[in-house]
Design a protein around this ligand. Sequence first.
Ligand code: SF4
Length: 428
Amino acid sequence: MNFDRIKEKLNILADAAKYDVSCSSSGSKRQNKGKGLGDSSGMGICHSYTEDGRCVSLLKILLTNHCIFDCAYCITRKSNDIQRAAFKVQEVVDLTINFYRRNYIEGLFLSSGIFKSPDTTMERLVQVAKKLRLEENFNGYIHLKSIPGASDELMHEAGLYADRLSVNIEIPTREGLKLLAPDKDRKDFLQPMKKVKDEIIRHKSEKKIIKSTPKFAPAGQSTQMIVGATNETDAQVMYTAAYFYKKYQMKRVYYSGYIPVSYDPRLPSIGTDVPLLRENRLYQADWLMRFYGFSIEELLNKEHPNLDSDVDPKLGWALRNLHLFPVDVNKADKQMLARIPGLGMKSVYKILGARKYRNLNWEHLKKIGVALNRAKYFMVCNSKDWEKKDLSAMNIKSLILQNSSSKFRNTYNNQLNLFDKQDALIQY
Ligand code: SF4
């Protein structure tokens, strides 16, 4: 092996892979049964955070950054004058095993530019995963990017060896995709997603009858959208996400603030700030939809097409719906408690548990660890010490903002003004 050349390729192809954020993992149950390398059970992968907050690492690379497409938002696009490289299948296998043995990584995230054709590319990605599993007995985590337009057969094979598969939607709207990647067709993303969803369902139901049925992508599928490359509203982004969660049973949708990589009049210019606050707000809204029982329509709609930049989506919703508050913490059901700004699900469960034994007052709430700095404006309890006065939404918001310290404070106003939002069409 020519180590210098491998190192050079690694530099190029790891750098090119850093733009893909759809690589945190959760939910894989692949286990090491005594022989073989690695064990991804209960383990998240990627230099990222798992759902339970642990930071994990993976080898995150492209197989190649050669690409026949010219998507304007992508560093790897064919018209970009950059250094190109390609790994051989065996080189990726060897790197993964060597890094794993040295304890550098817990798995592999492998994506690729599209060379020759989607099938040729997908075939190589599958070969890597297959060799790792069958020849190296590797039980660590494998996340493969599915190449849009790849055949059903290859998608099927990929799911037998990978823990997670993902196809990136990239641009949230059809129009945006057409503008920035005219060679791409949205149905090329949808076909592999549908195949993966159908296969996951089929394998799960067959496994109930035949125990030896192999697992298929046990950590499910995910996708990523680039946010801020086109002029879509937050409503358009989140309605697209909600559609993919429902229709394709996505485990996760990732939102990646556009990093300007291109001098192109269709895109924000180089040097424009990456919309990190917006990205953060979208993740918060996503979280509310998945774990707090909010519907997309409650958070975003025609009257309210963008998330607030100065307050989080739950607080924003509560301020627009003050008629539903204050909530009596001693009587409200779980769903309504979860809607109180500042209360996480842990606090909700603490309240539900503690109120079985007594009528809770502010002191009780503090003692069980419920943070009241925001929540106190939206709840009442067994106390006369502090009751919600008739504060307006504006008053509550300014009281809360006075006492909050957000790392995003200074970026509130810059990000959403990149495009004239009045021009953005809302299509649900
Ligand atoms: S097909 Fe993928 S790798 Fe190629 S230019 Fe488009 S986004 Fe980049």
